[in-house]
Design a protein around this ligand. Structure first.
Ligand code: NAD
Length: 490
């Protein structure tokens, strides 16, 4: 698949908070261990933030809103944003290594996707914001209206562990380009690349207090303290739907602006007229890349009955060829799951599939020869229907269900029969059907004959319980700015 990068041996780092331009421990000195999911060994220690640390970070961010950052011209600010991307590329081998150590994902994947796309987020948003102009409208000969955009203020960025740097930079880049100051709260399971990113921001010339980082957990910890803080103007959150619900409840007391990218249980719909080899090649990725720990993974596979057996034969055969194991070996296609807790959650769904009458066609267990590490074979389950929990609930691991269908109407109904609505993939060579089905699937993102192909100008996000709002292009800036209409009587 991808070229393996030259292996650089990089040592894991201990992670401190970054507040007002300095790396600092927690006020109360608390720390927790960072575990390597591939070996179960301790990688290092992480400062465990609480409300006192969050308050220091928020006060620094609030003060920085009035400092040199505010006085910069747009071109001065966007040059710094661009430089962050340049410095990520300069340190890409180190960042890729740390990302794979933290997550258990293959090094080739961190090197080819996570890190370069993180750099591109800064390059893209630093340029894109310069293309935007404000609205103006004339009301007959009575008045002239125009709008001005200002930064939202202090923004809290709360992130998950599956694509740590990529998703953090997807928020940080537009937030900075629009002139905000931020407090980042990365996932407790993956603190390392966020820590290096803070250093990179400083080296790129971001003034003190503009970018702050507080490590810690969610409830009763740094995450909750950030959401509850009265001086935080907005929270942009990516994570589980249930966490989103908890955040919405606690953010209500200070009435913050919220942006939500939540869970998914995405349909991958394969019509008989599609090009099966192309389908299989992409479906391997949309099922198992990053150990299936991607919110966009197409874990519900629906196949038109006339090609169901043929699809399964080929899909099973190709999946058998995916090497599971050490993230730092070039041939590895599937690394380790993120944690013991998550491994147990994912494997509990495999047990549930058996109870619900499903048949484990492939995988479903630890690969042989691994005593340590949260490894799981790519798993294909058949014999379940849409009523089963395994088909309805997000598993977020290398586990897919395959279900046959007979008609377009039936598969649209099945695809939409979920609380989620993040993404969908449709495979067909019938142009009219592609448009027809795409227009009826309840999802924020629909791919036709492809998956995970992104243009950063386009809206990204989910409907139903998969999210609120959109990110990408102008949509990101709608979240990160406040709009004022100025009305002048003529
Ligand atoms: P999670 O919701 O458990 O945690 C995400 C972040 O929220 C972490 O930093 C965590 O510490 C913090 N958090 C937890 N409880 C909190 C609280 N009460 N208040 C404030 N912060 C809190 O999610 P996860 O397990 O890290 O990530 C996996 C989930 O993320 C999956 O559901 C996946 O689909 C989703 N995800 C969605 C997208 C998307 O773009 N829609 C992208 C990636 C991942």
């Amino acid at each position: 698949m991808q070229q393996a990068p030259s292996a650089v041996k990089v040592k894991a780092i201990d992670c401190l908070h970054f507040i007002n331009g300095e790396f600092v421990p927690s006020v109360d000195g608390k720390v927790f261990n960072n575990i390597n999911p591939a070996t179960e060994e301790v990688l290092g220690i992480v400062a465990e933030g609480g409300s006192a640390d969050v308050d220091l970070a928020v006060q620094a961010a609030k003060k920085a809103l009035q400092g040199p950052w505010k006085k910069m011209t747009a071109s001065e600010r966007t040059a710094i944003v661009r430089r962050i991307g340049d410095l990520i590329l300069e340190r890409k081998d180190e960042l890729a290594y740390l990302e794979s150590l933290d997550t258990g994902k293959p090094l080739w994947l961190s090197s080819s996707t996570d890190i370069p796309r993180s750099a591109y987020n800064f390059h893209f948003f630093s340029e894109y914001i310069r293309t935007l102009s404000n609205e103006a409208s004339q009301t007959d000969d009575v008045a002239l209206n125009y709008s001005i955009r200002r930064p939202l203020g202090v923004v809290g960025l709360i992130n998950p562990w599956n694509l740590p740097l990529l998703l953090l930079t997807w928020k940080l880049a537009p937030a900075l380009a629009a002139g905000n100051t931020v407090v980042m709260k990365p996932a407790e399971l993956t603190p390392m690349t966020a820590t290096v990113l803070a250093e990179i921001c400083r080296d790129a010339g971001v003034p003190d207090g503009v970018v702050n980082l507080v490590h810690g957990f969610g409830p009763n910890s740094a995450g909750a303290a950030l959401v509850e803080h009265p001086d935080v103007n907005g929270i942009t959150f990516t994570g589980e739907t249930t966490t989103g619900m908890a955040i919405m409840a606690s953010a209500s007391t200070t009435l913050k602006r919220l942006s939500y990218e939540l869970g998914g249980k995405n349909p991958n719909i394969i019509f008989a007229d599609s090009d099966l080899d192309e389908v299989i090649e992409t479906t391997l990725k949309s099922s198992f890349i990053n150990q299936g720990e991607v919110c966009l993974c197409g874990s519900r596979i629906y196949v038109e009955r006339s090609i169901y057996d043929q699809f399964l034969d080929k899909f099973v055969e190709k999946t058998k060829g995916l090497i599971v194991g050490d993230p730092f070996i070039q041939e590895t296609k599937v690394g380790a799951l993120i944690s013991r807790e998550h491994y147990e959650r994912v494997t509990s769904y495999i047990e549930l599939a058996k109870e619900e009458g499903g048949h484990i066609l492939l995988g479903g267990k630890r690969p042989e020869g691994f005593e340590k590490g949260y490894y799981l074979e790519p798993t294909i389950i058949v014999g379940l229907d849409n009523g089963c929990r395994v088909v309805r609930e997000e598993i977020f691991g290398p586990v897919v269900t395959v279900i046959p269908f007979d008609s377009e109407e039936e598969v649209i109904e099945q695809a939409n029969d979920t609380h989620y609505g993040l993404s969908a993939t449709i495979w067909t060579n019938d142009l009219r059907r592609a448009h027809r089905v795409a227009g009826q699937i309840e999802a924020g993102i629909v791919w036709v004959n492809t998956w995970f192909l992104r243009d950063l100008r386009t809206p990204f996000g989910g409907m139903k319980q998969s999210g609120i709002g959109r990110e990408g292009g102008v949509h990101s800036f709608e979240f990160y700015t406040e709009l004022t209409n100025v009305c002048i009587k003529l």
